[in-house]
Design a protein around this ligand. Structure first.
Ligand SMILES: [Zn+2]
Length: 331
């Protein structure tokens, strides 16, 4: 393994150092998935009366229980600290199952969302123009200074977007009434052909938070430039970045370098997913910096891809490197 690869791996393994308790990946707990959602009252010894007592102390679901300070909670209820810790342990063990179930469900709900597009009633001037067909391509929309506020704009103009969950973390938030667990989800979308977006959302329940993050990724969609990019390749197809691009977010810096056809995506998991969604099949990705959170890492890659639009390209390079903007006609 080269130094470059090592640093990339470290970047991904490190995850969020500050406040994310743990990362849960879809599929990790697949074998244990149950069809019924695990509830507070599934915990042994938690009958209706005790449940009401917990609710009075501000614990309304499993995530609340896991996030609570057992000692503090014991002082507010008749339960011993040990008893509470035991329940927390069991709930923590059961929660990845819930999460995995929610992750699986999130995609299904999106199918339904596409059907809803037919009944879409636009709330913005941009939305009205897209629904009426006055604006009929995503390029026309992206050329406007107006930000996209309705996800349906993207759903209508780029109906074939693929979605990826880049990271699901549990974030502990400290409030006056104690500590609360929330999910923090980072997603990316792309048509694997020149358009890509990254989105983030936080929330109490995994499923709705995933959907919110996907909507944000869609609203953030950009067009990128691709090309052959590498003199030694010369295949003339838009399979990599047209030139070296760099991006920053928080303490993370990344750079994406053009690679000859067949090299593949030499990068960690997060950049690989984002670049694939964008339609790039070959590139060398390197990272540096200290605070390598999944969130900063994802945004840095997105910012680097956006950079492909900012660099001025010479006419001669457009031809020789076969640089294209957005999608190719034949995919
Ligand atoms: Zn090439």
């Amino acid at each position: 393994m080269t130094e470059e690869e090592k640093s990339k791996e470290a970047a991904e393994n490190q995850g969020d150092s500050e406040n994310v308790e743990e990362t849960v990946k879809s599929g990790e707990v697949g074998a244990e998935v149950t069809s019924e959602k695990f509830q507070l009252n599934d915990l042994q010894g938690l009958g209706e009366k005790k449940l009401a007592e917990l609710k009075a102390a501000g614990i309304s679901d499993v995530a609340d229980l896991i996030g609570a300070d057992a000692k503090d909670l014991a002082s507010k209820t008749s339960f011993s600290e040990d008893k509470l810790k035991n329940w927390q342990k069991t709930a923590t063990k059961k929660t990845p199952e819930i999460l995995n179930e929610e992750i699986k469900g999130a995609g299904k709900d999106y199918e339904a969302k596409r059907e809803e597009l037919l009944r879409w009633e636009p709330r913005t001037a941009l939305g009205i123009k897209v629904k009426s067909g006055e604006l009929s391509t995503i390029d026309e929309v992206l050329a406007l200074p107006t930000p996209i506020k309705e996800v349906e704009v993207v759903d209508k103009l780029l109906p074939e977007l693929s979605e990826e969950i880049l990271n699901v973390g549990r974030v502990q938030r400290v409030t006056d009434s104690g500590r609360r667990m929330r999910f923090r989800v980072i997603t990316a979308v792309g048509n694997e052909n020149g358009y890509v977006g990254v989105g983030e959302a936080k929330g109490k329940e995994a499923g709705p938070t995933i959907r919110k993050a996907i909507e944000r990724a869609k609203i953030n969609i950009i067009s990128i430039k691709r090309g052959c990019g590498s003199w030694e390749c010369g295949c003339g197809r838009p399979h990599t970045v047209p030139f070296k691009v760099s991006g920053k977010s928080g303490g993370v810096q990344v750079s994406i370098r053009p690679a000859p056809r067949g090299v593949g995506l030499v990068s960690g998991e997060i950049p690989r997913k984002i670049l694939s969604l964008a339609g790039i099949s070959d590139a060398w990705v390197s990272t540096s910096g200290h605070t390598r959170t999944s969130l900063n890492f994802s945004h840095a890659i997105f910012n680097a891809l956006f950079e492909t639009n900012k660099v001025k390209v010479k006419e001669s390079d457009i031809d020789s490197l076969n640089i294209i903007s957005g999608q190719t006609q034949n995919g």
